[in-house]
Design a protein around this ligand. Sequence first.
Ligand code: EPZ
Length: 458
Amino acid sequence: MYSIDDNEVIEIVGKEKLEGELIPQGSKNGALPLIAASIVFDYPVKLYNIPNIEDVNILLSILKYINCKIKFENNELSIDCSNLDKYEIPWELASKMRASFDLLGPIVFKFSKARIPFPGGCLIGNRKVDIHLYAAKQLGFEVEINKGDVFISNFNKSKINKVINFWIPSVGATKNVVFLAAFAANIINDEILVNNIAVEPEVIKLFDFLISNGFNLEYSIEKKYLKIKPFKLKNYNYYEDFNILDRIEAGTYILAALATKGRIFVKENSYFKDYFKLYLTLNSLLNVLKQIGFKVEIYNDGIYCGYEGDNLKLDGDLKSIDIETGYYPEFPTDLQPQIVALALSINGISTIKEKVFDDRFIYVNELRRLGADIDVIDNKIAIVKGGRELSGAKVIATDIRGGAAILIASLIANNTSVISNIYQIKRGYENLINKFSNLKAKIKLRFNKENEVYGYKY
Ligand code: EPZ
């Protein structure tokens, strides 16, 4: 069930071919852990390339609540947490965004305890935190759940297990365990080993950021392990760093352009080490696009993706899709809804299997309102009968990436679509209307009229 919480809607006139250039935003999922991590330092931190989106602003409101000084403009964020004074986060702040749970580890590192609301589920599945809590117990902390909060406290070094084995390479648990283990390693003056960690680029960037600030981490991307050793924090006067580019935002626009049989050049004049470059972080998507029959070319200043069928007068030149999502570097679950939308524009039967989340197809009902013919089996696999005409309708953005898929489907539908609950899309996509307009989409933001918005109960 989700409710409408927006009085703005996005209006799209479909069937326009998207063509043009995209400059990707700073990564949402890269920015959030860097911001959370910055609270452990007693000196000012400046982060560049931070997207001005809802999720970032919600996390910053929590940092202000715990008495951090914040200055955020033109995608540059200055944080000074030298006067941090609270280890508890209130429900009314934390409940707006699950990623507020990224603060658990940093707050424990700083105060040896933390009280943070148990993160709610959301529209893509359970979103459990049992691995986070298992890691805290293995590292000698007491874990209590009361009145809806997770309370981590009473560290006891005699209870530490120096080897922790994750049963899922959880991104969130990997981000938190770094700090919990760093706290424990310093007390026992010994090394902690965590096996089966997440190795998403956003996690690796967090590791590199922490290492630059004194953390003694050794990680293997191939073997998916992290060693945390005793260390001393640096006593810099000041530290600055760059957030990596948003591979999911870039992938979303690539899929939107190709769904309209258009073309896009994603600029990448970033100065990051190769592991963070989009042609590598999007490798699994680019390989799928080549298999389908799109043109994909890598340049040193960006990536070109285009539908060349019209020019080559190839009939039925696009192959339908058969993919499954997985943990990095497999196909990203955060592009699953968007590639389902692309499949709607490709003749034939496509199958997309979701292997990371247990309920990530709720957006499909809204695609059906546009005329999409999709079966979802056991909430695990979508079977898309592509190549059929879609017709514009009033639709609701169910969640951040489901909302992006609904927007893509609206771009390929006949006539006009009106998307409400667009807060969900704005959570992850900066400058959305301008970026799509620059790609020649007929899209605008406007206030809704009373009969356009409905609250559909799932
Ligand atoms: C992060 O979520 C991202 N969010 C998600 O992106 C992304 O989909 C996900 O990683 C997977 O890549 C941010 O970075 C803010 P997980 P997170 O812990 O950390 C299960 C977006 O669209 N699990 O890797 O919550 C869990 O239920 C968002 O930007 C446990 O069972 O993801 C899920 O099925 C959506 N126990 C799977 O693991 C745990 O303790 C992956 O979860 C933790 C997770």
